[in-house]
Every structure is written in structure tokens, then in C-alpha cells.
Design a protein around this ligand. Structure first.
Ligand code: FE2
Length: 415
């Protein structure tokens, strides 16, 4: 049955205010559309395509609480990686499932409908991967999940690491992952990047690498990754996550590389809250921000998206699945607040993430696409971000996943 959503302030659309939906799909976006039996007043609120979280670790969420901790240790990336295997031994399919569902609920209840999750596959039993493959299928009507075969302990820190990644791809992971900066020597980091690209080509999978998540400016695996996918014309199916060291690289190197990134069309993901917390740990002062060159990427037309990365895990204790919080932190750290930049800010947690996930053909508020969108508790982009407003409603295939009443005063503030 047809239904009409009216009084909508549609993001990046200055002319239309009504969305007609039939059979879960958008059939018209205009003004003054014909009457419908079911009409829903969106009260002049901002309407966006659903939030995309393109980088999250769903097998880690809430493990910090499970460890009985309410804060991280010394707060370095490498300490957290070392801590993880002790916990990993205790995982069961049921325990991963229980905690992952909490993380997914956090995100979906705040407007996310697309998640790319890295799953640690350096476990010969693939416990977490089995759980995530089940969850992905069970929840497909509510949220789209892509799974990255991610070797948290590296491919070459021990024997057989690379083969576990290959096995995970055969089991159904969608994306090849890697962590070259954690490999024990540069040569092995390079080798892992070659493996990642070769495996992606062999199994027709996308690529998403934890790449140069360090302040060490000598960590330049992004250069090799980009060169390989440029050669294979595979850049649009490839993402370099983090690339923190690129935020410390000098300009002569950075601008040469950005020229090459433009050529490959490779995607980038920055995790602002997590990397602001984890990086700069060995700095005294001045202390680095930990972010890659988000502003320059945007200005160069290089696709870059923001992500949550961690929810209550040993890497970062404060994640809560709120993409507005990620955007808020990201635009501060990247210093992107000109009127032009603000106007398109939501791209960083919507359209740009969709491009990383290679779902741009089916994603967005356009005729013919699935009627998936969220409604924010403000009318304009600027006011939504300035007030860090909540998501009032999330619509999936034309139906509400949830809908909040606006916060109303019982006792009005007398000012
Ligand atoms: Fe990550």
C-alpha cells in the first residue's frame, strides 16, 4: 500500500518535501503529491539517508565490561592488542552473539542501518566469525552488515595467519582485512599488503585494511596498498582505515600521495574519537591529534568517511554507537566548519561511508531506491549539528524501525 511522508526537510534536496513510498520503495520525491490513505507528518524535520558506520568491531563490543573494567589501561593501541588474546580464549558463539547484539542495538537505535564490522579471524575455530555470519543473516531486514576477515594478531606474527584470512573468506566474509603496521618487520607488512590484494582478486572481495594506525611517519603501507589497487584498477573497492601516520607525514610526501590517491579512487575511513584517544601517546608536547588528513582529502575529492570503531572495548572505553558524536568530534579535529563544509558534513556519516561499502548504487534518497531514511530532531543541517540532535525516527523499507516522541517539558523553563 502506498504511503506518503510529508513536511520533510530532505538533506541535499532544496525543492522536494514529500516522499511517496510503495512496497518499501521510493516511487516519488516531490512537493504536492496526491493524497494517500496513510500520510505521515515529519513536522519539517531534517531527513537523511540512514547513518552508515563503516568501521566497527562487533566481536569486541562490551568486552571491557566483561573484563570487569570501566576504563582502558595505559591507553595505547599496542597494549590493547596484547590484552585481547587472553579474552579471546573465553569466547563462545553465544557470548559473541550476546555482546554483538548489544552493540548493534546501540547503533540501530541511533539511526544506523549499515555496518561494516571487522571480525578477528586469528582464531582457528572462527568462533566470532561463525556468530557474525549468523547475526548478519538473522538481522538483514533491520540492518545491513558487511564482515571483514580481520587478522588482529597479524598475518606473519605467527605461522598460518595468512591462511586463516583465506579460510574466513571461503566461509563467507565479504571483505579482506589486514594490519601491516603490526607485522613484526616492514618486509612482512609489505608481504601482507600483497596478500590482501591477491586474496581480494582471487575471491572477488572488497578490501579494508587497518593501515598505518600509528604516529610513526615511517609507517607508509598506504603507499603500497594504493599502488597495488591503482595497478589493478581496484581502488573503488578498497578502503584504507585509520592512516594516522599520514596525519604526521610532511607535505611534500603527503601531496604526492594525495595525487596518487585521486588516481586510484581508493576510500579512506577515519575514526576520530578512537584515534584522538589512542594516538600521540608517546608525544610530550606538542601532542598530535591522531587523525589522518580529512580536510585535505575532502578538498581533493578523495572519499573519506567517519566511523565509531569501538564500543566499550579495551581499545577505547567511551564508544556508544552515536554517529552524531563521531561527526561532532571529527569536524572539530579535522577543523572543517566553514559554511560550505557544514552544509555537506553529514556526508561523512552517510554517503561517504556508503561509498566505502560499495553500496552507493542502492543507497540514498532517490526514486527507485529502498525507502530507508532517518529523521533528526531539527530542521536544518547547521542546527542539527550545532545542537547534536538525536535521531527521532528510523524508517526501513517504508516502515518505522522506531519512532520517538519529541522531548517535551512537563514544567517549562521560565527564562
Ligand atoms: Fe578498527
Amino acid at each position: 500500500m502506498k504511503k506518503k511522508f510529508f513536511n520533510a526537510n530532505i538533506y541535499r534536496n532544496d525543492t522536494a518535501s514529500e516522499i511517496m513510498v510503495d512496497n518499501g520503495r521510493i516511487i516519488q520525491i516531490e512537493t504536492n503529491l496526491p493524497k494517500c490513505v496513510e500520510e505521515i507528518d515529519l513536522q519539517d524535520k531534517l531527513v537523511l539517508p540512514p547513518y552508515v558506520d563503516p568501521h566497527l568491531h562487533l566481536d569486541y563490543v562490551y568486552t571491557l565490561s566483561e573484563l570487569g573494567q570501566e576504563g582502558a589501561g595505559s591507553g595505547t593501541l599496542f597494549e590493547a592488542i596484547e590484552l585481547w588474546p587472553k579474552f579471546k580464549e573465553t569466547l563462545t558463539v553465544e557470548s559473541v552473539r550476546r555482546l554483538a547484539m548489544k552493540g548493534i542495538k546501540d547503533e540501530v537505535s541511533q539511526g544506523v542501518q549499515h555496518i561494516r564490522t571487522h571480525i578477528d579471524v586469528t582464531d582457528p575455530n572462527f568462533t566470532a566469525l561463525k556468530a557474525m555470519l549468523e547475526i548478519k543473516e538473522d538481522l538483514k531486514e533491520t540492518v545491513d552488515i558487511q564482515i571483514v576477515a580481520f587478522p588482529q594478531q597479524g598475518m606473519y606474527m605467527y605461522k598460518g595467519g595468512r591462511d586463516l584470512v583465506e579460510e574466513a573468506l571461503k566461509m563467507g566474509a565479504d571483505v579482506v582485512g589486514g594490519i601491516p603496521h603490526y607485522e613484526p618487520a616492514r618486509e612482512f607488512g609489505d608481504k601482507s599488503v600483497h596478500d590482501i590484494v591477491n586474496l581480494a582478486l582471487k575471491y572477488d572481495k572488497m578490501i579494508d585494511v587497518h593501515c598505518d594506525e600509528t604516529d610513526d611517519t615511517h609507517s607508509r603501507f598506504v603507499e603500497l596498498l594504493n599502488a597495488l589497487v591503482l595497478m589493478e584498477d581496484y581502488g573503488t573497492r578498497t578502503t584504507a582505515s585509520h592512516t594516522c601516520s599520514f596525519g604526521s607525514a610532511d607535505n611534500s610526501y603527503a601531496f604526492r600521495m594525495m595525487d596518487l590517491f585521486q588516481k586510484s579512487k581508493m576510500n579512506f575511513i577515519s575514526c576520530p574519537t578512537e584515534n584522538a584517544y589512542l594516538q600521540g601517546r608517546q608525544d610530550t608536547y606538542p601532542k598530535r591529534r591522531g587523525l589522518t588528513r580529512v580536510k585535505e582529502f575532502k578538498e581533493s575529492g578523495i572519499n573519506v568517511a567517519f566511523a565509531q570503531d569501538s564500543i566499550n572495548d579495551p581499545w577505547y572505553p567511551m564508544g556508544n554507537g552515536n554517529m552524531m558524536n563521531i561527526l561532532d568530534n571529527g569536524i572539530h579535529l579535522a577543523q572543517t566548519m566553514s559554511p560550505e563544509e557544514i552544509k555537506t558534513s553529514f556526508d561523512l556519516i552517510t554517503y561517504n561511508g556508503a561509498r566505502c561499502l560499495n553500496i552507493q548504487e542502492s543507497y540514498g534518497l532517490e526514486v527507485g531506491k529502498s525507502a530507508n531514511f532517518i529523521v533528526l530532531n531539527e530542521s536544518s543541517v547547521y542546527e542539527s549539528i550545532r545542537k547534536r540532535v538525536d535521531v527521532l525516527a528510523s524508517v526501513r523499507n517504508g516502515d518505522f524501525l522506531f519512532r520517538h516522541k519529541e522531548m517535551a517539558y512537563d514544567i517549562p523553563l521560565n527564562l
